[in-house]
Write a protein that binds this ligand. Structure first.
Ligand code: ZN
Length: 254
């Protein structure tokens, strides 16, 4: 994920209600740690402050075989007196470290969590942060992608708390328009469903005041582009997604 600075029109508003905080003792046992990173050596820190109350959190380089530039996916955090809004939540193995990094910015309740796409380095902390009180939002396709595949030889058990509770859909007729607009901490946050591209249920998130878009993985700043076609991704959709960004004026994308 890389941040770029363009501006997005907002059209839809909705109110959001914080979910009840789940007691941590109700959490099921976590699955074994996967052998894709040196988890004990992973650190999660505030990589960059990109607005008055907006920050990007990221892991350190050289410890994650899937992310040589750093560990896991980036996390955007909007914080302030209205609470914390997060975009994505890195891998399940680092949720405690991610929470500590969020808490270095704010002690306010974590109220909203937007999933940009279903890959586990962006949604692994879902259940943990839902139990912190976050309401998870995503495309309906993403929610479907998180469901276990009953045809898999060893279907992974699903913690139902990890699933988004607020969903929306991509509509080609309103390409580039937000499905949800959130007013929080003096910021206007546009949640924009994308066409099937990196996966089948992707979203980008525009922070209007900060003039920043979190654009998830249809564009990456390392390796080859990757369309996860086994999970709804589309190479043509990745072209569409990049065109949607690059053809827009630098100030307004509608
Ligand atoms: Zn991805």
């Amino acid at each position: 994920m890389k941040t770029i600075s363009v501006l997005m029109c907002g059209i839809v508003a909705m109110s959001l209600v914080s979910a009840a905080v789940w007691a941590q003792e109700n959490a099921p046992p976590e699955p074994p740690r996967r052998a894709i990173a040196q988890w004990d050596k992973v650190t999660i820190t505030v990589e960059q402050k990109i607005g008055a109350n907006l920050a990007i959190l990221h892991g350190n380089p050289g410890v994650d075989t899937n992310h040589p530039d750093a560990s896991g996916g980036r996390v955007a955090v909007l914080y302030g007196p209205d609470g914390v809004l997060m975009v994505d939540d890195n891998n399940i193995e680092v949720h405690d470290k991610l929470l500590a990094a969020v808490r270095s910015l704010s002690t306010a309740p974590i109220k909203l969590l937007i999933n940009s796409h279903a890959h586990s380095d962006h949604t692994g902390g879902n259940a943990f942060f839902a139990r912190q009180g976050a309401v998870i939002m995503a495309q309906q396709n993403l929610r479907d992608e998180l469901m276990p595949n009953p045809d898999a030889p060893l279907p992974m058990p699903l913690d139902p708390v990890s699933l988004p509770v607020v969903t929306y859909n991509y509509d080609p007729a309103t390409k580039g328009k937000p499905a949800v607009v959130i007013h929080m901490n003096g910021e206007t946050v546009d949640v924009i469903p994308m066409m099937p591209s990196h996966m089948g249920g992707d979203s980008i998130v525009k922070f209007e005041k900060a003039n920043v878009i979190y654009i998830e993985d249809f564009y990456r700043n390392f390796g080859y582009p990757f369309a996860d076609q086994a999970n709804g991704g589309s190479i043509n959709g990745m072209f569409d997604a990049i065109d949607l960004m690059s053809n827009c004026p630098t100030t307004i994308l509608c």
